[in-house]
Design a protein around this ligand. Structure first.
Ligand code: UDP
Ligand code: MG
Length: 336
């Protein structure tokens, strides 16, 4: 079967009421863009009639594909599964609740045809969100910007189009705690934002509780920085230095004015010194754990955007630890 030009991946979790209205708005947009499209729904273990509704949609149009999970694995994993199953030259990721207006996909595709590999939707504001959520999100992004290994474009979420090259790069990332927003940025490539206005969720409520959001943020921070592991070295060093200063201070005070509480200075100084040393050694262990973590994530060392004079598309080698393409392959001259 030839691969379609455009795939749309939609993770769904208990969205029965939204699927009909979503398809009614989405398919005309796709028709206008290309006759050659597919929609891949990933049913993330819905407990309502979502799957029944999806089966009906598939029966009516076989360009609609459905992947169902055995239980709820979470949106990030559902997106990963969608990218594994989508076959298009470009893949759009969007939510099922019509907060991501399907009409924007036309702008995405226009940008993609201009040569951008990653076209992300950029929220112009965060309407319909509580001030608490907004503040928490802002704090998170500030933290990520300060310590994360990649920047995150402002207002960018999962609503985006990714060229096949980007999709393959994402699929080659072996890590299990998947913080998609970070991964999109990590793979790089020519990217551009397209502003859009977030609409109100059509039916139902958000599937993300504060608890889920917090653990999501935690995943994001911990998979893109080892700073929390390593700060202890610095904190420990500071405390140890203070203990030495305190020792000097107590020594001179005792020499000049005598002692008012015998034993106290030596106690406080040794407690400070040894807690500092312990924190430092925790930090040293953290350095190594951080390196082990980087290794077990087994991200590819680099992502090739293009090869001049080599084969245009090199298929990914199989296996969980994907080795770089063999050197001989990379050196094939342009004329064969
Ligand atoms: N979703 C999912 N699995 C989950 C939670 C959400 O597949 O465990 C889907 C959900 O059906 C929707 C999208 O992810 O299509 C975004 O979810 P939601 O609208 O609840 O998130 P919000 O817009 O509030 O961030
Ligand atoms: Mg939503």
């Amino acid at each position: 079967m030839p691969s379609p030009e455009l795939s749309v991946v939609i993770p769904v979790f208990n969205e029965v009421a939204n699927i009909g209205p979503l398809l009614a708005r989405l398919t005309p947009v796709l028709h206008r863009l290309t006759p050659d499209w597919e929609v891949v729904f990933v049913d993330d273990g819905s407990a309502d009639d979502t799957l029944l509704r999806l089966r009906a949609a598939r029966a009516a149009d076989d360009r609609i594909g459905v992947v169902t999970f055995s239980r709820n694995f979470g949106k990030e994993i559902a997106i990963a599964a969608g990218l594994d199953h989508a076959r298009g030259d470009a893949v759009v990721i969007m939510d099922a609740d019509l907060q991501h207006p399907p009409e924007v996909i036309a702008d995405f595709v226009a940008r993609w045809r201009e040569g951008f590999v990653m076209v992300y939707g950029q929220r112009t504001d965060r309407i319909g969100e509580t001030p608490l959520k907004r503040t928490a999100a802002r704090a998170f992004y500030r933290l990520f910007e300060r310590f994360g290994e990649t920047g995150l474009p402002r207002g960018a979420g999962d609503f985006r189009l990714i060229d096949r090259r980007g999709v393959e790069a994402l699929r080659a990332l072996g890590e299990r705690a998947r913080f998609s927003k970070g991964l999109y940025a990590w793979i790089g490539f020519r990217s551009i934002g397209v502003p859009f206005t977030v609409e109100q969720r059509l039916h139902g409520n958000t599937k993300f509780s504060y608890r889920k959001l917090f653990s999501f943020a935690f995943d994001g921070i911990t998979s893109f920085t080892t700073v929390p592991l390593r700060v202890w070295t610095y904190i420990g060093t500071v405390i140890s230095v203070f203990s030495i200063l305190a020792a000097a201070y107590y020594l001179f005070r005792t020499l000049l004015f005598g002692t008012d509480l015998p034993g106290f200075p030596s106690q406080i100084v040794s407690v400070m010194f040894f807690s500092g040393v312990q924190l430092m050694s925790l930090g040293v262990i953290g350095e190594y754990v951080g390196r082990i973590f980087a290794e077990v994530k087994s991200r590819p060392l680099y992502v090739v955007a293009e090869r001049l004079g080599g084969p245009a598309a090199v298929p990914l080698p199989p296996g969980p630890r994907r080795a770089p393409a063999p050197l001989a392959n990379a050196l094939v001259p342009a004329d064969g």
